[in-house]
Design a protein around this ligand. Structure first.
Ligand SMILES: [Zn+2]
Length: 192
């Protein structure tokens, strides 16, 4: 299910349909991303539609998420993006300031329209990417049409990023408060 558009540096890998029925909200969005103007974009629109296993579970990437590890080993992406979806009732838990102590990952931050920006699982971030890589996770709010529309715009932005600084600049220009939070979270991640 790996699709590769373009060629050369930088290499970006976008993944969706990570677990359970999330593919219903996320797979088509990745299939609709345009090829990048420069470099490579690889997408796995549907990683696994089986039982829901959290990406924070240490077995996720070696079992249901194994196509992701295979793609990383083959392509060595500099930009890695996970697209997830969440039900509105989980908003408070995902954006909880104590999420780092409770779940081992920093809290998600809302950019707008229920669209959350967060880190990826420490297992994959620390084990498979360098500090210079951009590794982010977007959570779309289910049944929120504006959330879906906004993520289309964000996916276009990330598909043109050459380094993580391009995304930081986009955030600083458009969502300065969330940019500062994201930078703080990134730093916390590396002192875990
Ligand atoms: Zn998910």
């Amino acid at each position: 299910m790996l699709r590769v558009y373009g060629s050369g540096f930088p290499v970006r890998l976008f993944v969706a349909g990570m677990h359970g029925d999330e593919w219903r909200d996320t797979s088509q969005l990745l299939l609709d991303v345009n090829p990048p103007k420069t470099g490579t974009l690889a997408v796995i629109p549907m990683v696994d539609d089986g039982k829901y296993v959290s990406t924070l579970d240490e077995n996720y990437y070696s079992v249901s998420g194994s196509p992701i590890l295979e793609a990383i080993e083959r392509l060595h992406p500099e930009v890695y993006l996970e697209l997830h979806s969440y039900a509105k009732e989980n908003y408070a838990r995902l954006t909880d300031d104590d999420r780092l102590s409770k779940a081992g990952v920093p809290a998600y931050n809302e950019l707008k329209s229920g669209l959350l920006l967060g880190s990826v699982s420490p297992y994959i971030r620390l084990g498979f990417f360098s500090m210079e890589s951009l590794c982010i996770s977007f959570e779309i709010q289910r049944s929120n049409e504006q959330s879906y529309q906004f993520v289309v715009e964000l996916l276009e932005v990330v598909s043109e990023c050459k380094t993580r600084y391009d995304f930081v600049l986009y955030l600083l220009e458009n969502f300065p408060k969330q940019a500062i939070k994201a930078i703080e979270n990134y730093r916390k991640f590396y002192v875990l």
